[in-house]
Every structure is written in C-alpha cells, then in structure tokens.
Design a protein around this ligand. Structure first.
Ligand SMILES: [Mg+2]
Length: 235
C-alpha cells in the first residue's frame, strides 16, 4: 500500500471514521463559542490563525488569559446545551465516500472521543445528530464507538483504514500498523506562525509529533485535503 488508491481500495475491511473535524467540520463553531464564552477575558478574538494545536487550552491567547481545560469543558457543555453540534452535516463527498466504502469494502464505524468526560451526555447529543444524518443523507454507520482510547477499540474490529484529523490518535494508530487517511488541518501540520501562537514547549512537541507522523507518509499515512480527495480515489 503506497498510495491513497491502495489504502482505499486494495484491502477489504472496516473503516473507522472520526466525527469531529473529520466527518463534519466543527472548527468554526468551536471558535465561535470560544469567543462567545471567553471573549470578555480575551484581548482580541480567537481566530483560525491561533487554532494550530489540539487542545484549546494550549493556545497562547487562551492560556495567557487563564483559560484552563476545565473552562474548555464548561464551554463544550454550553455548546451541548445549545445543540451547537447537532445540526452540523457532512458534505456530499463525505457521505458518498462512506456509502461506497460500506457497500464495497466493509462496515463503517464512527469512533469518537466525545464521550471522554467533556460533555454531559455525548451519546444523547450524537444520537440526535445521527437521526438528522439519516433523515438528510440516508447514511447510518454500523455502530458509533465512544472511546478516547480509539486504538484499544480498534483491536476488536477488523479495521482496514481510519479517517482522522487528530495527530495524536493518528500516530498511535500508525504505530500499531493501522493505515490512516489524515485530513489536513493546521493542527496536524506545521504552519509558519506556529511559534507565535503556542508555547515553546508545545511547539517543540508539535515539531516532534509531525516529524514522526510524516515518517509514515506513503507507507501508512495518506494526507487529503477534503472528502472530495477521498471520493475521487475510490473505485
Ligand atoms: Mg477529530
């Protein structure tokens, strides 16, 4: 398997699909709510430019303002209570890709870390979203797995490929030999201004992580920009 066509088509098996910022875009609502909830504590608005690392509390603008992981969790629960994530639908290429994979290659599982203590009722929230997904796009995964320890979960399934945006999950999957289709985002590659918006420690960690990640490029790691990229490589 040395290219995207190979990882998508040559192996029969199930597909694992991360939900947030892989299947559906959540960066914008996250930024919107960060500004809505913490705006009064910030010297300027939180923007796309800042959002270069996984873990909002590690972004300079936010931690300089004293915003902690607990604060972020509180913000996520505000989003949950206002239904902010429930109406976000995937683009057509995402749906068409998963439908094709599920009819030709194996089952499609959503695997999400939403249940990892951030929300009050991650399953309820996700179930309501799934009802809308089925109504609008006639697609339902074989199952939805709530587990931040995705790699443990995957051992129990016959996963042939995983679609992800989070570089930390991606590396743990790659190290276990699971092919990863990674959606390019500022959090999973180096950006010229990274040093300006995250701490020196986080920057060094990121450099190391991205280097490790990209050492799998063309072997197990296949980067894409969007689901159209995926769809056009599916046979
Ligand atoms: Mg994600």
């Amino acid at each position: 398997m040395t290219n995207l066509v190979g990882v998508l088509n040559d192996v029969d098996g199930d597909s694992g699909v991360d939900i947030d910022d892989t299947f559906i875009p959540v960066r914008s609502p996250l930024m919107e709510y960060t500004n809505k909830v913490f705006g009064h504590r910030l010297p300027r608005p939180f923007t796309e430019h800042d959002f270069v690392i996984y873990g909002l509390e590690r972004i300079k603008l936010l931690y300089d303002a004293g915003i902690t992981r607990e604060d972020i969790s509180t913000m996520l629960q505000v989003m949950e209570s206002e239904g902010a994530l429930e109406n976000i639908m995937p683009d057509n290429y995402a749906v068409r890709s998963l439908k094709r994979l599920s009819t030709r290659k194996g089952k499609v599982y959503f695997v999400t870390s939403r249940g990892n203590g951030f929300y009050k009722d991650a399953k309820g929230m996700t179930d309501r979203w799934l009802v809308k997904l089925v109504a609008q796009h006639e697609f339902m995964p074989a199952d939805t797995i709530y587990n931040h320890n995705k790699e443990e979960t995957l051992k129990k399934l016959n996963i042939a490929r995983f679609f992800e945006d989070n570089p930390y999950f991606a590396i743990s999957l790659l190290e276990k030999g699971v092919p990863v289709v990674l959606f390019n985002l500022p959090i999973n590659h180096m950006n010229p201004h990274d040093r300006d918006v995250i701490s020196e420690k986080a920057y060094k960690e990121k450099v190391d992580l991205i280097k490790r990640l990209d050492s799998y490029k063309g072997k197990l790691l296949f980067r894409v920009n969007n689901w159209e990229d995926v769809y056009k490589h599916l046979m």
